[in-house]
Design a binder for this molecule. Structure first.
Ligand SMILES: *[C@@H]1O[C@H](CO)[C@@H](O)[C@H](O)[C@H]1NC(C)=O
Ligand SMILES: *[C@@H]1O[C@H](CO)[C@@H](O)[C@H](O)[C@H]1NC(C)=O
Ligand SMILES: *[C@@H]1O[C@H](CO)[C@@H](O)[C@H](O)[C@H]1NC(C)=O
Length: 214
């Protein structure tokens, strides 16, 4: 009977055997720990997921500004950003931004998250964005105005939301880009209508990164 100290009691011949056994156990624990950490922080990562949970357009009209065409609009979007990784958080290196365009022409750009904001593992955060203008100049040109009139006749406008940003995963050096596009089809409520316009959730398409660490 020899004492190994504490609760670990082994049936070993002498003290040296006992130390060797303890050493082997300790080494196995360390190796297992290193493997787990390597799998968590060095293993494959899953890219963030971006969805538009809800959106509404209550006004979308062409107005005559002094020299250019302008859009008057009221627009709200609930933008969800999910970090699907099991143990790795992300941190924005650059502000996360959302830009809206109609017929390829950007007419609004809003900041969604600040540089330095974090998103924990397995977390989703929903940003409620609201923007509006009485007349935002936009380079629609003839073609864009024609497209506007065409869509205006149907009451449904096709807008595109582009989300851009840069972030880093915990313990990783690489800065990864976010470049997502979310096609939105938004119905303008008919004048005087009280019925709520239903919005179908949109999965934004993320551009594939050419960096294999992203
Ligand atoms: C648009 O927003 C403005 C100011 O926020 C508000 O006064 C106006 O009533 C809104 N219009 C519609 C159609 O929602
Ligand atoms: C803008 O002004 C032009 C003429 O200056 C007019 O023909 C057109 O209908 C106006 N458009 C709007 C949306 O008021
Ligand atoms: C858009 O449609 C509304 C009616 O739905 C109409 O009053 C308005 O003049 C149209 N605007 C343009 C620029 O065609």
């Amino acid at each position: 009977m020899c004492g190994c100290g504490g609760r670990v009691c082994c049936d070993c011949e002498d003290f040296t055997d006992c130390l060797i056994l303890l050493g082997v156990v300790a080494a196995l624990v360390v190796v297992a720990g290193v493997v787990i950490v390597a799998v968590i922080f060095g293993g494959p990562l899953r890219h963030v997921r971006i969805t538009v949970e809800d959106a509404s357009l209550t006004r979308f009209a062409l107005v005559n500004a002094t020299t250019t065409t302008a859009l008057a609009y009221n627009l709200t979007v609930a933008l969800a950003v999910r970090n699907p990784n099991w143990a790795i958080a992300i941190k924005h290196n650059k502000p996360l931004e959302a830009a809206y365009s109609f017929d390829g022409q950007q007419f609004e750009r809003v900041q969604v998250a600040d540089a330095g904001d974090k998103l924990g593992a397995r977390k989703t955060v929903v940003y409620h964005l609201a923007s509006g203008s009485e007349g935002r100049p936009v380079g629609l040109g003839n073609a864009g105005e024609a497209e506007f009139r065409k869509e205006n006749a149907t009451g449904v406008f096709e807008l595109e939301l582009a989300v851009t940003g840069k972030f880093k995963y915990t313990l990783r050096k690489t800065k990864c880009k976010i470049e997502a596009t979310c096609p939105l089809k938004l119905q303008l409520p008919a004048p005087g209508a009280t019925a709520v316009v239903v919005f179908q959730k949109v999965d934004c398409e993320l551009a594939k990164s050419d960096d294999k660490y992203c």
